[in-house]
Write a protein that binds this ligand. Structure first.
Ligand SMILES: [Zn+2]
Length: 437
């Protein structure tokens, strides 16, 4: 039932294969060390409304899910040194920071500087002021470097018992928290101290996330354990499969939940956090199309999956809609099908909203089969130009399927190459409208 990316299969799929091949070739030539490596995810951050999130790898690759937008990434020369990611408050940009203190700004995020001169230690944390006018870097020893309008509100805690591993801004941008690998939390400026992990704790803390109003925070260990302080409520720890460490945590906009991310790209939502997908098995594909919003199949100046329902035509009982010419063509196809088989062509899926595509993708990703669903915003279902059908067509080799292969083209409906038997993702039920002109 799940559409792949391209509407004109022969040309576009072949083109994509060539592009992919040349990209692989290029990366083999220029970055041999990275060609086969899956870079660990080091950070997660959610959109302002919690309708999506970004995952960043230590290579600086940025992956977007749900409503999160791609603004760039994979900075040259930052090989495997990226340690932090933070979006702007309005989601229109973000920063990546490296262990040498380089700060890379994308989209609307402002570059206020970085790379403290003469510094030879390890930068281990980054936080931006919510208004984006400044940011901080912290070293593993808690030394603070402030840029733009960000102030230095205190640094280098005397009692530091383990390296600083994370940092978060106070909501008003006039303070920050530092957290150590032992779970000590140090609060400066307007940031309030709400507690630390117990002295007896022997695990490794990897990150801290504050509630949006700063009245509490969570810290997470590499094994996914959560410690909650102040108003922050405990919603459970990361459910990991495998042994890779948890590397990051971020709050939902309400403060009633959080996401944790695992180095192997698993995302664990808890409380009111929602799942929007993750990389897992198709990382190379996602990297190739990190924010592909799809122009193939686009019409009317609309965005995939966000077409006003008033501009679509109903095709059956229920809420099935298509672009109106596709709906008309489907009626004609159905009439011919009925004449042959004395049965109405059963339609199981048509237009799929962006949110619907996110849900579909999420379901498959949870089974570690992301590739079964199009990346949200790329499905031709999102243009109202694809249908999934039953009535026997949904199996290869049936008389109904063969009839469709012979006749659907007259009505403007084709079976994309990728969906055909022997294609890259065989789906006998998925057909697309190419127009009758
Ligand atoms: Zn489909």
């Amino acid at each position: 039932m799940w559409a792949q990316v391209h509407r004109t299969p022969l040309i576009a799929r072949a083109g994509a294969a060539v592009l992919l091949l040349s990209a692989v070739t290029l990366s083999l030539l220029s970055k041999p060390a990275h060609a086969e490596i899956r870079h660990p995810t080091i950070a997660i951050a959610a959109t302002a409304e919690g309708t999506g999130y970004w995952l960043a790898t230590n290579h600086g690759d940025v992956h977007t899910y749900g409503a999160a937008q791609y603004h760039g990434g994979s900075p040259d020369g930052a090989d495997d040194s990226i340690i932090a990611f933070a979006p702007t408050a309005d989601d229109t940009g973000y920063w990546l920071a490296s262990s040498t203190g380089q700060v890379y700004a994308y989209g609307s995020a402002s570059d206020h500087g970085g790379a403290p001169e003469g510094y030879v230690g390890t930068i281990s944390g980054f936080a931006a002021k919510p208004d984006g006018t400044g940011y901080w870097l912290t070293s593993a020893t808690g030394q603070i470097y402030a840029y733009g309008s960000a102030g230095n509100h205190g640094q280098t805690p005397e009692s530091l018992d383990a390296p600083v591993v994370g940092m978060a801004s106070a909501p008003d941008g006039n303070g920050y928290w530092l957290v150590s690998a032992a779970g000590q939390v140090h609060a400066y400026g307007s940031a309030k101290h709400h507690g630390d992990s117990p002295d007896s704790y022997r695990g490794t803390i990897v990150d801290l996330a504050a509630t949006p109003d700063g009245s509490g925070y969570w810290i997470t260990s590499s094994s996914g354990q959560i410690f909650s302080y102040g108003s922050a409520r405990h919603h459970g720890g990361a459910a990991r499969s495998g042994s890779d460490p948890v590397t990051g945590i971020t709050s939902t906009p309400t403060g009633e939940g959080y996401w944790q991310v695992v180095a192997d790209h698993q995302v664990s939502p808890n409380g009111d956090a929602r799942f929007f997908g993750t990389l897992l098995l198709d990382e190379a594909y996602d990297r190739k199309y990190p924010s592909f919003t799809g122009t193939v199949g686009a019409w009317g100046g609309h965005t995939n999956g966000r077409i006003p329902s008033s501009l679509l035509c109903r095709v059956e009982r229920g809420d099935h809609r298509l672009r109106c010419d596709a709906a008309t063509a489907l009626l004609a196809l159905d009439a011919a099908f009925r004449e042959e088989f004395n049965e109405t062509l059963r339609v199981t899926d048509t237009y799929r909203s962006y949110d619907g595509q996110v849900r579909t993708r999420g379901r498959w990703c949870q089974q570690r089969m992301c590739y079964k669903a199009a990346i949200p915003g790329t499905s031709n279902h999102g243009w109202g130009l694809a249908i999934d059908i039953g009535s026997g067509v949904n199996s290869f080799g049936t008389p109904q399927h063969e009839w469709m292969r012979q006749n659907a083209g007259q009505f403007g409906w084709i079976h994309p190459l990728w969906a055909q038997q022997g294609g890259s993702n065989p789906e006998p039920w998925h057909w697309e409208f190419t127009g009758t002109g």
